[in-house]
Write a protein that binds this ligand. Structure first.
Ligand SMILES: Nc1ncnc2c1ncn2[C@@H]1O[C@H](COP(=O)(O)OP(=O)(O)O)[C@@H](O)[C@H]1O
Ligand SMILES: Cc1ncc(COP(=O)(O)OP(=O)(O)O)c(N)n1
Length: 274
């Protein structure tokens, strides 16, 4: 169990439910547990989902989102939090207000927009609420390439474009931006980290596999767990990269479509090397 200031490290996910267990709050809570951090959740939406895709989306009322966050914030406390599927401008506004109310600063925003199967998990009109209300409260923003293009308003074709997109996203108020490289091509999956002044790259061997459902959720949850345990943003990003690399490499066979990553793999690799 990870300790911070003499007590158990605590992480909150504010995200949607994936009934299939590979993405959403299920992936987040599994990842928190694997990294020794106490996990809590505030649900923003239910999805009927499996390895073939999303069959239904059922948003939660924004007052219910606020109530869940206040319940855990006023009692258990939160060392770091992440947001995933937020679905609507109303839910984004409620989440931003709750973060500001508690004064939380270790805030990871995974700007989930579209599931790999094509289902929309964020309404188009909610993007403005995200940039205006949530990004100014964000410690680390973790878009994939299509999300970075949408938020920054430019196409990303070259590494110079990727850097320009990161600069534009930081200008909205996010203190760090990590543009993930899962949607690119090449032998390496390279994530670009921008801290507001300098860039660094975190690279891992690209795995040829269909079992990548929930990679973004799992990655941002691992990053959040690191921050909750007191690691720096850079150390958390390195740990998250190692966690997702192991989870993709050591895939499990579940369902008939695009299967999930293996949330046990990172801990197993640590045990194997100890
Ligand atoms: N096939 C792959 N092989 C190795 N790493 C990958 C692969 N696909 C994604 N990743 C890594 O998984 C993390 C999530 O990235 P990405 O898949 O782009 O996010 P999302 O699920 O939000 O689209 C990043 O660290 C990325 O580099
Ligand atoms: C409920 C829910 N939240 C988020 C996602 C998107 O997850 P992600 O990690 O980006 O993985 P893919 O779905 O794109 O494989 C989701 N599917 N469901």
């Amino acid at each position: 169990m990870e300790q911070i200031e003499g007590r158990i490290a605590r992480a909150l996910t504010i995200a949607g439910s994936d009934s299939g267990g590979g993405a959403g709050i299920q992936a987040d809570l599994k990842t928190f547990q694997e990294l020794g951090v106490y996990g809590m959740s505030a649900l923003t939406a239910l999805t009927a989902q499996n390895t073939f895709g999303v069959q239904g989306v059922y948003p939660v009322a924004e007052e219910a989102v606020t109530a869940q966050i206040h319940s855990v914030g006023s009692d258990i406390g939160v060392d770091a939090l992440k947001t995933g599927m937020l679905f609507s401008a109303e839910i984004i506004t409620a989440v931003a207000e709750a973060i500001a109310f508690f004064g939380w600063t270790k805030v990871v925003v995974d700007p989930v927009m579209i599931a790999k199967g094509g289902a929309s998990l964020l309404q188009a009109e909610a993007i403005r609420a995200m940039t205006e209300k949530l990004l100014p409260l964000t410690a680390v923003l973790t878009p994939n390439i299509p999300e970075a293009e949408r938020l920054a308003g430019i196409p990303i074709r070259t590494s110079a474009d990727k850097r320009e997109a990161a600069r534009r996203l930081a200008a909205f108020g996010a203190k760090h931006v990590i543009i993930k490289g899962g949607h690119e091509e090449g032998k390496e999956a390279i994530d670009l980290l921008f801290d507001g002044s300098s860039f660094s790259e975190l690279s891992g061997k690209r795995v040829e596999t269909a079992r990548t459902h929930g990679t973004g959720c799992t990655y941002s949850a691992a990053l959040t767990a690191g921050l909750a345990a007191g690691l720096s943003v850079e150390a958390s990003a390195r740990q998250a990269k190692a966690f997702i690399q192991a989870a993709i490499e050591d895939g499990i066979t579940i369902g008939g479509g695009h299967g999930p990553t293996n949330h046990w793999a990172y801990r197993r690799s640590l045990v194997a090397h100890s």
